[in-house]
Write a new protein. Structure first.
Length: 215
């Protein structure tokens, strides 16, 4: 598999440059270490699993990547596990970097429980979108659904909190466009995760009944 900006789809994936975000807030909001424990755990998990990929080779891809024929026979865990596999060190580092930058802020703003819900629902939504709409026999790996979910959530949260989200918006637009321009990028997972993360964050911030229940 060849590297893509966030997600990988098939053995003949295309590569593209990685956009960089230097900051997302004009405010001086800095997450405290005790408020980003979930983000740290997820980052360490992604790195640890990539090390396991190096040790065990393609066996993890074969058994845990998103592969529609296998999912259709009952291997539904692939919808989740595919989001913890990566195709290269650059692929991994990009995802971990975006996770750290956005995840730390979202976890501090929304709290651990809501952050976990956004991350994993976005991941699974991205996988479902890929499963339903990608060519049936392709493999897909990467945390693209979850990462795009965090981007979508940050756009919603940042707008609500009046943060500068311009660089996140540019990052989203660039990667969406790249997904359609270059082959081998799982843009379906990107859009599925983006939609899920945006929607869930909006519900968390605007649903009166949910606010009252969680306060």
């Amino acid at each position: 598999m060849r590297q893509a900006s966030i997600g990988y789809q098939c053995p003949k994936c295309a590569s593209n440059s990685t956009p960089v975000i230097r900051g997302i807030s004009k405010s001086r909001f800095i997450p405290s270490p005790e408020n980003n424990q979930v983000t740290k755990f997820l980052g360490i998990s992604l790195i640890s699993i990539y090390v396991a990929q190096i040790v065990f080779g393609d066996i993890l891809i074969s058994n845990f990547a998103l592969f529609a024929p296998s999912i259709s026979t009952g291997q539904w865990w692939r919808l989740l596990t595919a989001g913890f596999l990566h195709g290269s060190i650059l692929h991994l580092l990009f995802n971990v970097y975006i996770l750290w930058v956005l995840g730390s802020q979202l976890e501090s703003i929304l709290g651990k429980t809501k952050f976990i819900i956004i991350y994993f629902v976005s991941l699974i939504s991205g996988s479902l979108a890929s499963f339903l709409f990608s060519p049936f026999g392709t493999y897909s790996i990467g945390a693209s659904g979850a990462i795009f979910g965090l981007m979508g959530a940050m756009l919603v949260v940042g707008r609500k909190k009046r943060l500068d989200i311009s660089q996140v918006a540019v990052l989203v637009v660039l990667n969406v466009v790249i997904g359609f321009v270059l082959s081998g990028i799982d843009w379906r997972a990107h859009l599925g995760g983006l939609a899920a993360g945006s929607l869930i964050a909006w519900v968390f911030l605007n649903a009166t009944w949910l606010k009252e229940k969680t306060q």
